[in-house]
Design a protein around this ligand. Structure first.
Ligand code: PEP
Ligand code: MN
Length: 346
């Protein structure tokens, strides 16, 4: 529920609303805005009796948020969330961001070369997993913590920002110390205890859609992060399970406008995991930008044939360079522009 204050309501009036909400046994979140100040009320499963709040001085109206997800919804916050990263990079505004890099971090040489190549092509964020959620326990599981050191080196050398996955609460701690964005992977989208830890880590989160999660479930998982106080959340469409075996997953492009309508959070697209096939990644990346995605996440490797994971969906560097050229044109055609490489520390 949202309690919208009158224009010019005093701090005391806002405080009174907060106290009454707390007396009623709920949590209150004051949300000062450019247009209006509102106080959010959460902690209610059912319908709250608003009569005590409606009559308080300074209250203009009380809005019942009809969706099961609250703070994530457009009803709660009509204007788009713009996640601000180091170096002036933003996600969710007019800029479109490119996150690129290998599926797995493998060696220092591979990480640094990937970073240089994707930066040259126009990526602003380097992706790559130090911990890999693999279907088989015998597949390469990632370098673990030493992988984070390689990412730190790549960041220092290239100025690229870093997005990398944390698979457990310890991982959230380590990743959030060095990375610019903590990725929660598809398989962990509904790991609610992990989401609670991530919601308190103080870094922006990239939350990937679960393998068979509905859009509402994705938004409810994001709600866990906001409920812990982390409002810097970027969603990611990465394809869902389908009956069709022609592609690795069914890349749900519709999710992009659907999420934009239901939520103020930015959403990017990952056509690499979405399709699983190198030659399908490029057209679907183009389509995602055209559909309004706030960015793309693409797997790129200096030598995809030698990649320790996901080689078949990984672009060659020159393919990524070509894709970025096309993405710039598509972004411009819809009134957006591609974010330029950041200057870390700015
Ligand atoms: C990844 O981006 O490295 C990854 C494992 O993706 P997903 O969680 O979407 O499968
Ligand atoms: Mn991968």
């Amino acid at each position: 529920m949202l309690i919208v204050m009158r224009h010019g309501a005093t701090a005391d009036e806002v405080q009174k609303v907060v106290s009454v909400i707390e007396e009623m046994g709920y949590q209150a979140t004051p949300m000062p805005g450019a247009q209006r100040t509102a106080v959010g009320l959460v902690g209610n499963d059912g319908r709250v009796d608003a009569s005590r709040l409606e009559g308080l001085p300074g209250v203009q109206e009380v809005i019942h948020v009809s969706k099961p997800y609250k703070q994530v919804s457009r009803e709660w916050r009509p204007e788009a969330t713009v996640v601000k990263l180091a170096g002036g990079v933003t996600v969710g505004g007019t800029e479109v961001v490119a996150m690129a890099g290998p599926c797995s971090l493998e060696t220092e040489r591979q990480v640094l070369e990937s970073a240089r190549l994707v930066k040259e092509a126009g990526a602003v964020i380097l992706r790559g997993g130090a911990w890999k959620p693999r279907s088989s326990p015998y597949s390469f599981q990632g370098l673990g913590r030493p992988g984070l050191k390689l990412l730190a080196k790549a960041r220092e050398e290239t100025g690229l920002l870093i997005c990398t996955e944390a698979m457990d609460p310890d991982g959230v701690g380590w990743v959030s110390e060095m990375a610019d964005i903590v990725q929660i992977g598809a398989r962990n989208m509904q790991n609610f205890s992990l989401l609670k830890v991530a919601g308190r880590c103080g870094k922006p989160i990239l939350l990937k859609r679960g393998i068979s999660a509905t859009i509402v479930e994705l938004l409810l998982s994001a709600e866990y992060l906001l409920a812990e106080g982390n409002h810097d959340v970027i969603l990611c469409e990465r394809g869902v399970r389908s009956f069709d075996t022609m592609t690795r997953n069914l890349f749900d492009l519709t999710a992009i406008p659907v999420v934009h309508k239901l939520s103020h959070l930015p959403i990017i697209a990952d056509p690499s995991h979405g399709t699983g096939l190198r030659d399908k990644v490029i057209p679907m990346a183009r389509a995602a930008i055209a559909a309004g995605a706030d960015g793309i996440m693409v797997e790129v490797h200096p030598n995809p044939e030698a990649a320790l994971s996901d080689g078949a969906q990984t672009l060659y560097p020159d393919q990524f360079t070509q894709l970025m050229r096309e993405v710039r044109i598509i972004a411009e055609a819809i009134g957006r522009r591609v974010a330029e490489p950041a200057v870390v520390g700015a």
